[in-house]
Design a protein around this ligand. Structure first.
Ligand SMILES: Cc1cc2nc3c(=O)[nH]c(=O)nc-3n(C[C@H](O)[C@H](O)[C@H](O)COP(=O)(O)OP(=O)(O)OC[C@H]3O[C@@H](n4cnc5c(N)ncnc54)[C@H](O)[C@@H]3O)c2cc1C
Length: 352
Protein backbone atom coordinates (compact mmCIF):
# COMPACT_ATOMS: atom_id res chain seq x y z
CA UNK A 1 0.00 0.00 0.00
CA UNK A 2 1.22 3.49 -0.82
CA UNK A 3 1.15 6.63 1.19
CA UNK A 4 -0.93 8.88 -0.98
CA UNK A 5 0.93 10.18 -4.03
CA UNK A 6 -0.36 12.71 -6.52
CA UNK A 7 -2.94 10.36 -7.96
CA UNK A 8 -5.21 13.10 -9.17
CA UNK A 9 -3.04 13.64 -12.22
CA UNK A 10 -3.82 10.21 -13.62
CA UNK A 11 -7.45 10.04 -12.62
CA UNK A 12 -9.66 12.20 -14.79
CA UNK A 13 -12.34 12.76 -12.18
CA UNK A 14 -10.13 14.14 -9.45
CA UNK A 15 -9.52 17.82 -8.89
CA UNK A 16 -6.08 19.38 -8.57
CA UNK A 17 -3.92 17.84 -5.86
CA UNK A 18 -3.36 19.40 -2.47
CA UNK A 19 -0.46 18.77 -0.18
CA UNK A 20 -2.63 17.72 2.78
CA UNK A 21 -5.38 15.11 3.13
CA UNK A 22 -8.13 17.42 1.93
CA UNK A 23 -10.89 15.47 0.23
CA UNK A 24 -11.58 18.50 -1.98
CA UNK A 25 -8.83 17.19 -4.21
CA UNK A 26 -10.67 13.90 -4.72
CA UNK A 27 -14.29 14.96 -5.28
CA UNK A 28 -15.76 16.48 -8.43
CA UNK A 29 -17.56 19.04 -6.27
CA UNK A 30 -14.14 20.03 -4.90
CA UNK A 31 -15.70 20.06 -1.45
CA UNK A 32 -15.02 18.13 1.75
CA UNK A 33 -12.67 18.43 4.72
CA UNK A 34 -9.70 16.35 5.71
CA UNK A 35 -9.37 12.57 5.74
CA UNK A 36 -7.90 11.07 8.91
CA UNK A 37 -5.73 8.78 6.80
CA UNK A 38 -5.65 8.70 3.01
CA UNK A 39 -4.15 5.79 1.09
CA UNK A 40 -4.29 4.45 -2.43
CA UNK A 41 -4.94 0.87 -3.54
CA UNK A 42 -3.74 0.03 -7.01
CA UNK A 43 -4.02 -3.73 -6.55
CA UNK A 44 -7.19 -5.65 -5.75
CA UNK A 45 -5.42 -7.50 -2.91
CA UNK A 46 -4.59 -4.16 -1.30
CA UNK A 47 -8.24 -3.13 -1.30
CA UNK A 48 -9.26 -6.31 0.49
CA UNK A 49 -6.34 -6.20 2.94
CA UNK A 50 -6.99 -2.57 3.87
CA UNK A 51 -10.71 -2.97 4.33
CA UNK A 52 -10.16 -6.14 6.35
CA UNK A 53 -7.54 -4.53 8.59
CA UNK A 54 -9.14 -1.14 9.11
CA UNK A 55 -12.62 -2.50 9.89
CA UNK A 56 -15.66 -0.21 10.12
CA UNK A 57 -13.97 3.12 9.81
CA UNK A 58 -13.10 3.12 6.11
CA UNK A 59 -14.54 5.19 3.29
CA UNK A 60 -14.13 3.82 -0.23
CA UNK A 61 -13.62 6.61 -2.73
CA UNK A 62 -12.97 6.19 -6.44
CA UNK A 63 -13.76 9.09 -8.80
CA UNK A 64 -15.48 11.11 -6.05
CA UNK A 65 -18.23 12.08 -8.51
CA UNK A 66 -21.18 10.85 -6.49
CA UNK A 67 -20.32 11.90 -2.95
CA UNK A 68 -20.92 14.99 -0.88
CA UNK A 69 -18.34 15.03 1.92
CA UNK A 70 -18.96 17.22 4.99
CA UNK A 71 -16.72 20.21 5.71
CA UNK A 72 -15.38 18.29 8.71
CA UNK A 73 -14.11 15.62 6.33
CA UNK A 74 -13.91 11.97 7.26
CA UNK A 75 -11.94 11.23 10.44
CA UNK A 76 -11.28 7.59 9.53
CA UNK A 77 -9.39 5.94 6.70
CA UNK A 78 -10.17 6.98 3.12
CA UNK A 79 -9.13 4.39 0.56
CA UNK A 80 -8.77 5.65 -3.01
CA UNK A 81 -9.43 2.87 -5.53
CA UNK A 82 -7.03 3.03 -8.47
CA UNK A 83 -6.93 -0.60 -9.64
CA UNK A 84 -6.70 -1.00 -13.40
CA UNK A 85 -7.35 -3.73 -15.93
CA UNK A 86 -9.73 -4.71 -18.70
CA UNK A 87 -9.84 -8.26 -20.07
CA UNK A 88 -12.11 -10.26 -22.34
CA UNK A 89 -13.11 -13.37 -20.35
CA UNK A 90 -15.54 -14.83 -22.89
CA UNK A 91 -15.67 -14.36 -26.64
CA UNK A 92 -18.54 -15.57 -28.85
CA UNK A 93 -19.52 -14.79 -32.44
CA UNK A 94 -22.09 -12.28 -31.27
CA UNK A 95 -21.02 -11.27 -27.80
CA UNK A 96 -18.09 -10.69 -25.46
CA UNK A 97 -17.90 -10.68 -21.68
CA UNK A 98 -15.45 -8.01 -20.55
CA UNK A 99 -14.09 -7.88 -16.99
CA UNK A 100 -13.06 -4.46 -15.73
CA UNK A 101 -11.25 -3.57 -12.52
CA UNK A 102 -13.10 -1.31 -10.07
CA UNK A 103 -10.68 1.62 -10.35
CA UNK A 104 -10.70 1.80 -14.14
CA UNK A 105 -11.96 5.24 -15.27
CA UNK A 106 -15.43 4.59 -16.63
CA UNK A 107 -15.36 6.75 -19.72
CA UNK A 108 -12.00 5.36 -20.90
CA UNK A 109 -13.55 1.92 -20.68
CA UNK A 110 -16.67 3.02 -22.61
CA UNK A 111 -14.48 4.61 -25.30
CA UNK A 112 -12.58 1.30 -25.64
CA UNK A 113 -15.80 -0.70 -26.01
CA UNK A 114 -16.96 1.64 -28.78
CA UNK A 115 -13.58 1.45 -30.54
CA UNK A 116 -13.67 -2.36 -30.32
CA UNK A 117 -17.16 -2.62 -31.83
CA UNK A 118 -18.90 -3.80 -28.65
CA UNK A 119 -22.39 -2.36 -28.20
CA UNK A 120 -24.25 -1.81 -24.93
CA UNK A 121 -22.49 1.03 -23.11
CA UNK A 122 -22.31 3.73 -25.80
CA UNK A 123 -25.13 5.84 -24.32
CA UNK A 124 -23.28 5.87 -20.99
CA UNK A 125 -20.45 7.88 -22.56
CA UNK A 126 -19.09 10.85 -20.65
CA UNK A 127 -20.20 9.77 -17.17
CA UNK A 128 -17.41 10.50 -14.68
CA UNK A 129 -16.08 8.11 -12.09
CA UNK A 130 -14.94 4.53 -11.96
CA UNK A 131 -16.20 1.28 -13.45
CA UNK A 132 -16.53 -0.27 -9.98
CA UNK A 133 -18.97 2.41 -8.85
CA UNK A 134 -21.37 1.87 -11.75
CA UNK A 135 -23.27 -1.01 -10.11
CA UNK A 136 -23.62 0.98 -6.86
CA UNK A 137 -26.40 3.22 -8.17
CA UNK A 138 -27.06 1.35 -11.41
CA UNK A 139 -25.57 4.17 -13.43
CA UNK A 140 -27.78 5.22 -16.29
CA UNK A 141 -28.32 7.86 -18.94
CA UNK A 142 -29.97 8.35 -22.34
CA UNK A 143 -31.93 5.10 -22.18
CA UNK A 144 -29.17 2.74 -21.03
CA UNK A 145 -28.26 1.59 -17.54
CA UNK A 146 -25.56 -0.81 -16.44
CA UNK A 147 -28.21 -3.28 -15.24
CA UNK A 148 -28.80 -4.05 -18.95
CA UNK A 149 -25.28 -5.42 -19.45
CA UNK A 150 -23.77 -6.45 -16.07
CA UNK A 151 -23.61 -10.24 -15.80
CA UNK A 152 -21.55 -10.50 -12.59
CA UNK A 153 -19.97 -8.38 -9.88
CA UNK A 154 -16.95 -9.65 -7.94
CA UNK A 155 -17.05 -8.09 -4.50
CA UNK A 156 -15.52 -8.40 -1.07
CA UNK A 157 -18.19 -9.21 1.49
CA UNK A 158 -17.10 -7.50 4.71
CA UNK A 159 -19.70 -9.36 6.79
CA UNK A 160 -18.52 -12.83 5.72
CA UNK A 161 -14.90 -11.81 5.12
CA UNK A 162 -14.86 -13.45 1.69
CA UNK A 163 -14.79 -12.54 -2.00
CA UNK A 164 -18.00 -13.47 -3.83
CA UNK A 165 -19.41 -13.39 -7.36
CA UNK A 166 -22.75 -11.68 -7.23
CA UNK A 167 -25.39 -12.33 -9.87
CA UNK A 168 -27.46 -9.53 -11.46
CA UNK A 169 -30.53 -10.80 -9.54
CA UNK A 170 -28.63 -10.51 -6.26
CA UNK A 171 -27.58 -6.98 -7.24
CA UNK A 172 -31.28 -5.96 -7.09
CA UNK A 173 -30.83 -3.21 -9.62
CA UNK A 174 -33.47 -0.51 -9.71
CA UNK A 175 -33.60 3.14 -10.81
CA UNK A 176 -30.39 4.73 -9.39
CA UNK A 177 -30.19 1.97 -6.80
CA UNK A 178 -28.94 -1.54 -6.03
CA UNK A 179 -28.11 -3.75 -3.08
CA UNK A 180 -24.76 -1.91 -2.87
CA UNK A 181 -26.09 1.63 -2.40
CA UNK A 182 -26.04 2.93 1.19
CA UNK A 183 -24.63 -0.44 2.21
CA UNK A 184 -21.07 -0.75 3.51
CA UNK A 185 -21.13 -4.53 3.37
CA UNK A 186 -19.76 -4.82 -0.17
CA UNK A 187 -16.63 -3.54 -1.86
CA UNK A 188 -16.85 -3.98 -5.62
CA UNK A 189 -13.57 -5.34 -7.00
CA UNK A 190 -14.43 -6.17 -10.64
CA UNK A 191 -17.46 -6.00 -12.90
CA UNK A 192 -18.31 -8.25 -15.88
CA UNK A 193 -20.27 -6.71 -18.77
CA UNK A 194 -21.83 -8.78 -21.58
CA UNK A 195 -21.67 -6.68 -24.74
CA UNK A 196 -22.90 -7.31 -28.27
CA UNK A 197 -20.36 -7.56 -31.07
CA UNK A 198 -21.78 -4.95 -33.44
CA UNK A 199 -20.73 -1.82 -35.30
CA UNK A 200 -24.17 -0.43 -34.47
CA UNK A 201 -25.56 0.78 -31.18
CA UNK A 202 -28.22 -0.91 -29.11
CA UNK A 203 -31.68 0.41 -30.12
CA UNK A 204 -31.91 4.10 -29.22
CA UNK A 205 -34.58 4.41 -26.53
CA UNK A 206 -34.30 8.02 -25.37
CA UNK A 207 -36.44 10.51 -27.30
CA UNK A 208 -34.04 13.48 -26.99
CA UNK A 209 -31.13 11.36 -28.24
CA UNK A 210 -33.17 9.94 -31.12
CA UNK A 211 -34.18 13.49 -32.12
CA UNK A 212 -30.59 14.69 -32.01
CA UNK A 213 -29.50 11.71 -34.12
CA UNK A 214 -32.37 12.26 -36.57
CA UNK A 215 -33.68 8.68 -36.11
CA UNK A 216 -36.80 7.02 -34.69
CA UNK A 217 -36.81 5.52 -31.21
CA UNK A 218 -35.78 1.86 -31.60
CA UNK A 219 -33.39 2.55 -34.51
CA UNK A 220 -29.68 1.75 -34.33
CA UNK A 221 -26.84 4.04 -35.36
CA UNK A 222 -23.06 3.53 -35.72
CA UNK A 223 -21.52 3.15 -32.26
CA UNK A 224 -19.18 6.12 -32.57
CA UNK A 225 -22.04 8.34 -33.72
CA UNK A 226 -24.08 7.39 -30.67
CA UNK A 227 -21.10 8.11 -28.40
CA UNK A 228 -20.27 11.46 -30.05
CA UNK A 229 -23.88 12.61 -29.93
CA UNK A 230 -24.27 11.67 -26.26
CA UNK A 231 -21.04 13.50 -25.43
CA UNK A 232 -22.28 16.58 -27.26
CA UNK A 233 -25.67 16.53 -25.52
CA UNK A 234 -24.01 16.03 -22.13
CA UNK A 235 -21.45 18.79 -22.67
CA UNK A 236 -24.26 21.25 -23.48
CA UNK A 237 -25.72 20.48 -20.05
CA UNK A 238 -22.43 20.70 -18.15
CA UNK A 239 -22.52 16.93 -17.61
CA UNK A 240 -19.01 16.19 -18.88
CA UNK A 241 -16.20 17.13 -16.49
CA UNK A 242 -14.26 20.20 -17.52
CA UNK A 243 -11.91 21.69 -14.91
CA UNK A 244 -12.38 25.14 -16.43
CA UNK A 245 -16.17 25.02 -16.35
CA UNK A 246 -17.60 25.42 -12.85
CA UNK A 247 -20.98 24.22 -14.07
CA UNK A 248 -19.33 20.79 -14.01
CA UNK A 249 -18.09 21.06 -10.39
CA UNK A 250 -21.00 18.97 -9.25
CA UNK A 251 -22.19 15.43 -8.64
CA UNK A 252 -24.25 15.51 -11.83
CA UNK A 253 -27.90 15.29 -10.83
CA UNK A 254 -28.27 16.24 -7.19
CA UNK A 255 -31.79 14.81 -6.88
CA UNK A 256 -33.32 11.65 -8.36
CA UNK A 257 -36.46 11.90 -10.49
CA UNK A 258 -39.41 11.14 -8.18
CA UNK A 259 -41.22 7.88 -8.95
CA UNK A 260 -44.91 8.11 -7.99
CA UNK A 261 -47.84 5.67 -8.05
CA UNK A 262 -49.88 8.08 -10.22
CA UNK A 263 -49.48 11.39 -12.03
CA UNK A 264 -50.42 14.18 -9.58
CA UNK A 265 -51.26 16.68 -12.32
CA UNK A 266 -51.64 16.58 -16.09
CA UNK A 267 -49.37 19.63 -16.42
CA UNK A 268 -46.34 17.53 -15.41
CA UNK A 269 -44.11 15.90 -18.00
CA UNK A 270 -43.45 12.27 -17.12
CA UNK A 271 -42.13 8.92 -18.26
CA UNK A 272 -43.72 5.56 -17.54
CA UNK A 273 -42.00 3.86 -14.58
CA UNK A 274 -42.04 0.20 -13.55
CA UNK A 275 -45.30 -1.47 -12.47
CA UNK A 276 -47.58 1.36 -13.62
CA UNK A 277 -45.66 4.07 -11.76
CA UNK A 278 -44.73 7.44 -13.27
CA UNK A 279 -41.37 9.17 -13.16
CA UNK A 280 -41.41 12.98 -13.02
CA UNK A 281 -38.34 14.98 -14.11
CA UNK A 282 -36.95 16.59 -10.95
CA UNK A 283 -35.49 19.38 -13.12
CA UNK A 284 -39.00 20.40 -14.23
CA UNK A 285 -40.28 20.41 -10.62
CA UNK A 286 -37.33 22.52 -9.46
CA UNK A 287 -37.69 25.03 -12.27
CA UNK A 288 -41.46 25.32 -11.79
CA UNK A 289 -40.99 25.81 -8.05
CA UNK A 290 -39.06 28.97 -8.89
CA UNK A 291 -35.43 27.80 -8.92
CA UNK A 292 -34.03 28.49 -12.36
CA UNK A 293 -30.62 27.88 -13.87
CA UNK A 294 -27.94 29.91 -12.09
CA UNK A 295 -30.08 30.38 -8.93
CA UNK A 296 -27.94 31.22 -5.90
CA UNK A 297 -28.15 32.65 -2.41
CA UNK A 298 -24.39 33.22 -2.36
CA UNK A 299 -21.99 31.14 -0.32
CA UNK A 300 -20.03 30.18 -3.42
CA UNK A 301 -22.63 27.65 -4.60
CA UNK A 302 -25.36 27.82 -7.26
CA UNK A 303 -27.58 25.83 -9.55
CA UNK A 304 -25.61 25.21 -12.74
CA UNK A 305 -26.24 27.75 -15.48
CA UNK A 306 -26.71 24.80 -17.88
CA UNK A 307 -28.86 22.32 -15.94
CA UNK A 308 -31.35 22.81 -13.12
CA UNK A 309 -30.55 19.45 -11.51
CA UNK A 310 -26.85 20.15 -10.93
CA UNK A 311 -25.84 22.02 -7.78
CA UNK A 312 -22.37 23.43 -8.24
CA UNK A 313 -19.42 24.82 -6.33
CA UNK A 314 -18.42 28.09 -7.98
CA UNK A 315 -14.91 27.88 -6.48
CA UNK A 316 -15.21 29.10 -2.92
CA UNK A 317 -18.22 27.10 -1.77
CA UNK A 318 -18.61 24.87 1.26
CA UNK A 319 -20.57 21.70 1.77
CA UNK A 320 -22.71 23.52 4.35
CA UNK A 321 -23.70 26.14 1.74
CA UNK A 322 -24.39 23.47 -0.88
CA UNK A 323 -26.66 21.55 1.48
CA UNK A 324 -28.44 24.75 2.51
CA UNK A 325 -29.21 25.40 -1.16
CA UNK A 326 -30.38 21.79 -1.59
CA UNK A 327 -32.67 22.15 1.46
CA UNK A 328 -34.21 25.34 0.12
CA UNK A 329 -34.92 23.66 -3.22
CA UNK A 330 -36.35 20.55 -1.59
CA UNK A 331 -38.61 22.64 0.68
CA UNK A 332 -39.73 24.84 -2.22
CA UNK A 333 -40.62 21.86 -4.43
CA UNK A 334 -42.50 20.22 -1.56
CA UNK A 335 -44.45 23.41 -0.83
CA UNK A 336 -45.38 23.86 -4.50
CA UNK A 337 -46.10 20.24 -5.54
CA UNK A 338 -46.27 18.14 -2.33
CA UNK A 339 -43.43 15.97 -3.71
CA UNK A 340 -40.32 15.23 -1.65
CA UNK A 341 -37.05 15.14 -3.61
CA UNK A 342 -34.34 12.66 -2.59
CA UNK A 343 -30.61 13.25 -3.04
CA UNK A 344 -28.83 11.04 -5.58
CA UNK A 345 -25.26 11.25 -4.20
CA UNK A 346 -24.01 9.52 -1.06
CA UNK A 347 -23.70 12.02 1.82
CA UNK A 348 -20.59 11.42 3.91
CA UNK A 349 -20.43 12.96 7.38
CA UNK A 350 -23.17 15.44 6.50
CA UNK A 351 -26.96 15.39 6.10
CA UNK A 352 -29.68 17.09 4.11
C1 LIG B 1 -20.83 15.90 -14.22
C2 LIG B 1 -21.42 14.62 -13.71
C3 LIG B 1 -22.34 13.91 -14.48
C4 LIG B 1 -22.89 12.70 -14.00
N1 LIG B 1 -23.78 12.03 -14.79
C5 LIG B 1 -24.32 10.86 -14.36
C6 LIG B 1 -25.26 10.15 -15.18
O1 LIG B 1 -25.58 10.55 -16.29
N2 LIG B 1 -25.79 9.00 -14.69
C7 LIG B 1 -25.45 8.50 -13.47
O2 LIG B 1 -25.98 7.45 -13.09
N3 LIG B 1 -24.54 9.15 -12.68
C8 LIG B 1 -23.98 10.31 -13.09
N4 LIG B 1 -23.09 10.98 -12.30
C9 LIG B 1 -22.77 10.45 -10.96
C10 LIG B 1 -21.46 9.63 -10.91
O3 LIG B 1 -20.60 9.97 -11.94
C11 LIG B 1 -21.71 8.13 -10.95
O4 LIG B 1 -22.56 7.74 -9.91
C12 LIG B 1 -20.39 7.34 -10.84
O5 LIG B 1 -20.64 5.97 -11.06
C13 LIG B 1 -19.71 7.49 -9.50
O6 LIG B 1 -18.42 6.88 -9.60
P1 LIG B 1 -17.24 7.31 -8.67
O7 LIG B 1 -16.12 6.37 -8.96
O8 LIG B 1 -16.96 8.75 -8.82
O9 LIG B 1 -17.85 7.01 -7.23
P2 LIG B 1 -17.50 7.77 -5.87
O10 LIG B 1 -18.11 9.12 -5.90
O11 LIG B 1 -16.05 7.67 -5.57
O12 LIG B 1 -18.32 6.88 -4.83
C14 LIG B 1 -19.73 6.93 -4.83
C15 LIG B 1 -20.25 5.94 -3.77
O13 LIG B 1 -19.96 4.61 -4.17
C16 LIG B 1 -19.07 3.99 -3.24
N5 LIG B 1 -18.10 3.25 -4.05
C17 LIG B 1 -17.32 3.71 -5.06
N6 LIG B 1 -16.61 2.69 -5.58
C18 LIG B 1 -16.95 1.58 -4.89
C19 LIG B 1 -16.56 0.22 -4.96
N7 LIG B 1 -15.68 -0.22 -5.87
N8 LIG B 1 -17.11 -0.65 -4.07
C20 LIG B 1 -18.01 -0.23 -3.14
N9 LIG B 1 -18.41 1.05 -3.03
C21 LIG B 1 -17.89 1.94 -3.90
C22 LIG B 1 -18.43 5.11 -2.43
O14 LIG B 1 -18.08 4.66 -1.13
C23 LIG B 1 -19.57 6.12 -2.40
O15 LIG B 1 -20.50 5.75 -1.41
C24 LIG B 1 -22.53 12.19 -12.73
C25 LIG B 1 -21.59 12.92 -11.95
C26 LIG B 1 -21.06 14.12 -12.43
C27 LIG B 1 -20.07 14.86 -11.60
Amino acid sequence: MNVVPDVSADHPTAASPESDNSLRAYTTLRLGGQAGILTVADETDEIVATVRNVGEDVLILAGGSNVVVGDAGFPGHVLLLRTRGVQVVERGAEHVVVRVAAGEPWDDFVADTVANGWAGLECLSGIPGSAGATPIQNVGAYGQEVAHTIVAVRAYDRAADEIRRITPEECRFAYRSSVFKHNDRWVVLEVDFRLTVSAESAPIRYAELARQLGVEAGDRVPLDRARDTVLKLRAGKGMVLDPDDRDTWSVGSFFTNPVLPALPSDEMPHWPGEGGTVKIPAAWLIEHAGFGKGFTRGGGVAISSKHTLALTNRGDGTTAALLELAREIRTGVHARFGILLHPEPVLVNCAL
